[in-house]
Ligand binder design. Structure first.
Ligand code: C5P
Length: 241
């Protein structure tokens, strides 16, 4: 990852490596969860559900309040439209923004965030896609190869990180090099249900595989004691780094 204000990954604290996905229906639910989690959580992810329910002002407010925000908007459009969108996101003060790993989209995003602290994460191939889904969508390449090719392009174009599963992290670290951040969802602490995630890894395994940041939603949001659940994950990360 970039050795700027986010620090090299080896300097990141266990706490700052946990990103809680605010997958809740509206900003009031999000604010209640943020209040419950208090100082335990420093980094939040806002995706479609909350962003399209008046959640973008909350992203800016969290950033102003000193929390880090990952806006998971997975942008992809013509270059000019991507660039204008990235400029608007950069003004919100968020830390991470996702874009699909198409070269035009990535180049436009990298140029547009120049001079801002916004860091761009590439989505290579959605983890819900297997080889058959790619074939149906017109691709003549398998998922594993396409992930590798797009990760290499993301690095060459100057993206700051890649969203990947815990299982992909070790292989992608070879392609991404030491500078890029690997951001990993699909995390389940031992003994917690898998929900609809098919390929899950524990926090400790994801860190051991080279992940810099872990994205966790339901194991914290649906816990009887969300703060305790988050603290336990921070402890597991701390033991693994
Ligand atoms: O609740 P859970 O911990 O499964 O939430 C994971 C979060 O990470 C969700 O916000 C989901 O959209 C996101 N995500 C994922 N798998 C990916 C990419 C993102 O689960 N491949």
């Amino acid at each position: 990852m970039h050795g700027t204000e986010l620090g090299m990954s080896s300097e990141l604290s266990a706490r700052d490596r946990l990103i809680v996905a605010l997958d809740v229906p509206d900003p009031r639910d999000a604010e209640a969860m943020i209040e419950t989690l208090g100082d335990t959580v420093t980094f939040y992810k806002i995706g479609y559900q909350l962003a399209f329910a008046h959640g973008t002002p909350l992203a800016a407010a969290l950033a102003s309040a000193g929390k880090r925000v990952f806006l998971d908007m997975k942008l992809h459009d013509i270059g000019n439209t991507v660039a204008r969108g990235v400029e608007s996101v950069a003004r919100m003060g968020v830390t991470f923004l996702t874009v699909h790993a198409y070269p035009q989209t990535m180049r436009a995003a990298v140029a547009a965030r120049a001079g801002s602290p916004l860091r761009l994460l590439a989505v290579t191939v959605l983890t819900s896609y297997d080889d058959a889904d790619l074939s149906e969508a017109g691709y003549c390449v398998g998922a594993k190869q396409l992930v590798a090719e797009r990760a290499a392009q993301a690095r060459a174009i100057g993206l700051d990180g890649i969203v990947c599963s815990g299982e992909e992290a070790a292989a992608l670290r070879q392609i991404a090099g030491p500078e890029m951040s690997l951001v990993t969802p699909g995390i389940r602490p031992t003994g917690i249900g898998h929900d609809d995630q098919k390929r899950v890894v524990t926090p400790a395994r994801a860190i051991a595989a080279g992940a810099d940041y872990l994205v966790v939603g339901r194991p914290i949001l649906e816990a009887r004691d969300p703060r305790g659940a988050a603290e336990a994950i921070v402890d597991e990360i701390a033991a693994a780094i």
